[in-house]
Design a protein around this ligand. Sequence first.
Ligand code: C2O
Ligand code: CU
Length: 456
Amino acid sequence: MRRISKSLLAALFAAALPALAAAEEGRAIDLDIAPVSWELAPGLRTEAWAYGGSVPGTPIVARVGERLTIRATNRLKERTNIHWHGLVVPNAQDGPGVVIEPGETFTYSFAAPEAGTYWYHPHYRPVLDQLDRGLAAPFIVLSPEDGRYTGDLVLLLDDWYLDARGRRLEGAAPGAMERFGNLETVNGKTGAAIEPLRLVSGGLYKLRFISASTASVHTLRVSGHVFRITHLDGHPLAEPYESESLTLAPGERVDAELAAVGKPGSSFAIESDRPELGIRIPLIYGGAAQAPLRSPFVPARAGADPKLLARAPDHVLRVASAAEPAPSADMGMMAMPGMDMAGSGRWLINGAAYPDTKPLVVPVGVPVKLRIFNDDPADDAEHRMDHPMHVHGAVFQVLAVNGSPLPVPLSKDTVPVPAGGFVDVAIVMAEAGTWMFHCHVIDHEDGGMLTVIQAR
Ligand code: C2O
Ligand code: CU
C-alpha cells in the first residue's frame, strides 16, 4: 500500500496515466480529507478542502475489475462521505448511506466496474459547501486502448466564488439563485497558471474533461483543431462525432480525441466562452513530429430496445423551482449549522422537496422508463434552467429529448433536462436498495430536487 505522491500526481496530469496505473495496480489507497491552503495562481491562495492534499484530489486510476480498498479519513470538523460518481458499485459502497465522523476512517471496498472517466466527491447533505471548497477528484478506469494514445490527460473543471484575495465569499452572487463562481480553474489552477498541453505534431491525445462545478456550465472551444467526442459520462459512443466545442453541465464528463495537427513550434488554445473567469488551456507544440497515429477508439455497439421507445413511461417526474419561498418552519429545519444557504430556494420533484419527495419503487434487473419534465408553467421564467439529473446505481439510456428519439441512444449518468422540455430515459437497477436520483446543480439538490429510487 502506498500513497500517491505529489510527483506522481503531477505525472498523471502530464500524460502518464497508463504508467501510473501499472505502478499502482492492486493497491490500497489512503485518502485524507482535510483543509489545505491551495495556490490557484501565483500570489492567489484560497483555503480549500482536499482529498489527499491537492485540488483536485488524488486521482484514482484503476483497471476494469481491479479491487480497490479506499481508506478515507475525515480530518474536517464536520461529517462527510464519498460518492463514486458514475460508477455502479454495491449499494453499501455508493456513498450517501455512509457517515464519516470527524477524526474517523471509513474503508470503501469495491471492484472498478467499467472503463471510463468518472469522479468522486462528498455526498453528505448539504453537499454544496464541501464540494464547492474543492473536494472533487478524477476516478479513471482504464480500457486497454487508452494506453495507445500519445497522451491521456485529465482536465477537471471547477469554479470558485472568491474575493480578490482568494477568500471564499458566502452564498450566491447578487441576484443569482445558484452559487456561480467568479473564477474558474482547470486542475486547480486559473489563468496563466494552467498547465499547457504539450503536444507532439502527429500525436493523438485523449482528453478527459470532468465538470466538478456545482452550478456553472462550461463551454470550451479549441482553435486550429477539432475535438472528436468519443465518450460521454465515461461511456463510449456508437457514433463518435467531431466538434470545435464541447459543453459540460455540472457532473458531466466528455472524453475527446485531439489530433495534433499543428506544426512543431506552433501554439493554440482551448478557451472557455467566459475567458475572463480564467480558463484558457494553451496547446504548445514541441520540436519533433511523429507519424500520425490512428485512433484506437472502439465505438459502442448501438442498440436500444425499440419497444422501450414506443412504450409509455413507467414514471413521470416534473422538476421545478418552488414558486413560493419555503415556509419559515421548513427554513428553520433546513438551516442546520454549517449549511450554506446559497440560493436558499426550494427545488421540487413532482411538487415536493426532499425528504418529502415520493420514492420511485422499481424492480431490479428490468428496464424502467422515466419521463422527466422541466416545464412547470408556474416556474418563474427567470429561474428556468436546464437541470442535469443524475442517478446512482444505474446508467441512463437516453432515448429521446423533447419527444424526438435520439438516432442512437446515449448512455449517461447525468442527463441535462432542457428548460421547457423533457427527456425519456430508461434505467436498469443492478442491485436492490435505496439509490439517489437528483439534480447535479448542487443548490437544487440541497434545496430538495432529490428523490430516491427504491429498487426491489
Ligand atoms: Cu455526483 Cu449524487 O452525485
Ligand atoms: Cu437543477
